[in-house]
Write a protein that binds this ligand. Structure first.
Ligand code: NI
Length: 393
């Protein structure tokens, strides 16, 4: 038996569309997903055999569908929205100005609810338990760590594999991107302060000017990607904030810089971070400044290992059809789904969400408007991933 969108039925599509419209019009930011959580719990409460597991999380939900003593499989969706003005004229537009499901996490939430419905219907086919993880605060890149470290998710559930997905408007609805190996980037962030000595701007011999040091550093840091990273390797070093100074006739005491570093592999990441710190310390010394540097990891890369790739590819072909499967390019955005990969084998799909005839706007854009039918495909794909994984593991 294979779970396809057609197997799920026509009424299923309408049901998911209603859930999507409701969540889309009520987007909640990271850690504020209380209404969303209530709606998830009430939808799960209507599914016979689905049991809510209380792991003490502030928002989000975890549930279990018992399926026997075979390998358990977990499915994860993120549920939060972002601060953005919705510029799309759609019937289920955000009712809260300045908040929008502009990354499509409403689609992920409904895909996972749909997968739970489909698996309830296909319950005889289950060989093991299924866990449904509705994760808060992905946009803050902290929800997965909160669930795994603070709430000890993997003490409460014991999956042998875990699947997740992100909608992907660059691929049309009904298709899916399935890629082996690295899919999304490692992210490290920094905040640093060049500290000099302030004074009257007419007397440079008495001051130490941290603005000159910071300017030199900003230029030098860009040589990491051009001179320390191979032409076929990938890294991005972005200085996103520079703060210093108020009056025009004063050399300031300090300059604050902050930003982030993205890489696709651990060896390159280590090299980039080492050079970043060397250049920062060397520049501070060369310009007689003191340096305060806080450089720390946020999330590892999303990496689809070989064994999980084989299972996912088979599930995607079976559920959505051979012709629906594409290989997406690597994406240098980050996703905290990668945190689960430190505990259990994982696979992450890019689910096509492009609407035919609509202009393409990608994640976080005010005009982001993915196809409303996307959750039907997401639900079938996730549900079939469970069956495929339980058969293979
Ligand atoms: Ni997202």
């Amino acid at each position: 038996m294979v779970i396809t969108p057609a197997w799920c039925g026509e009424a299923f599509g309408e049901q998911l569309h209603r859930l999507l419209s409701d969540l889309h019009s009520h987007p909640e930011l990271s850690w504020e997903e209380t209404r969303t959580t209530q709606h998830i719990l009430s939808a799960l409460g209507q599914l016979p055999g689905v049991e809510i597991l209380d792991i003490g999380a502030k928002t989000g939900a975890v549930a279990r569908l018992a399926g026997g003593s075979g390998p358990a499989v977990a499915l994860r969706a993120d549920i939060d929205a972002i601060p953005q003005h919705e510029a799309v004229d759609r019937p289920d537009r955000s009712v809260w100005e300045g908040k929008m499901h502009a990354c499509g996490h409403d689609i992920h939430t409904v895909s996972l609810l749909g997968a739970a419905m489909a698996l309830c219907k296909a319950r005889e086919q289950l060989r093991g338990d299924v866990y449904f993880v509705f994760q808060p605060a992905e946009e803050a890149l902290s929800g997965a760590r909160y669930l795994t470290e603070d709430c000890r998710l993997f003490d409460a559930i014991h999956p042998r594999a875990m699947f997740g997905l992100h909608n992907y408007p660059e691929l049309p609805v009904g298709t899916v991107g399935v890629k082996e190996g690295i899919l999304m980037s490692f992210k490290d962030v920094f905040e640093m302060r060049f500290i000099g000595r302030s004074g009257h701007s007419s007397m440079p011999q008495k001051n130490i000017d941290p603005i000159v040091a910071a300017a030199a550093f900003i230029q030098s840091a860009q040589t990491i990607t051009s001179r320390n990273v191979g032409p076929l390797e990938s890294a991005v070093v972005s200085i996103c904030q520079v703060h210093a100074g108020t009056p025009r006739n004063l050399v300031v005491d300090d300059v604050l810089l902050s930003g982030n570093i993205r890489t696709l592999d651990e060896a390159v990441r280590k090299r980039v971070l080492r050079r970043f710190e060397q250049i920062a310390r060397g520049t501070a010394e060369a310009y007689e400044c003191r340096l305060e540097l806080d450089l720390h990891p946020i999330v590892p890369g999303v990496d689809n290992g070989r064994e999980m790739y084989d299972i996912a590819l088979a599930a995607a072909r079976a559920s959505l059809g051979e012709a629906a499967v594409a290989v997406p390019p690597v994406n240098l955005a980050s996703e905290d789904f990668s945190v689960y990969g430190q505990y259990v084998p994982t696979f992450f799909y890019f689910l096509g969400s492009g609407a035919p005839g609509r202009p393409l706007y990608s994640w976080h854009n005010a005009c982001f408007y993915p196809d409303e039918r996307t959750p039907v495909y997401g639900a079938a794909l996730l549900a079939q991933s469970v069956l495929s994984a339980q058969a293979a593991l």
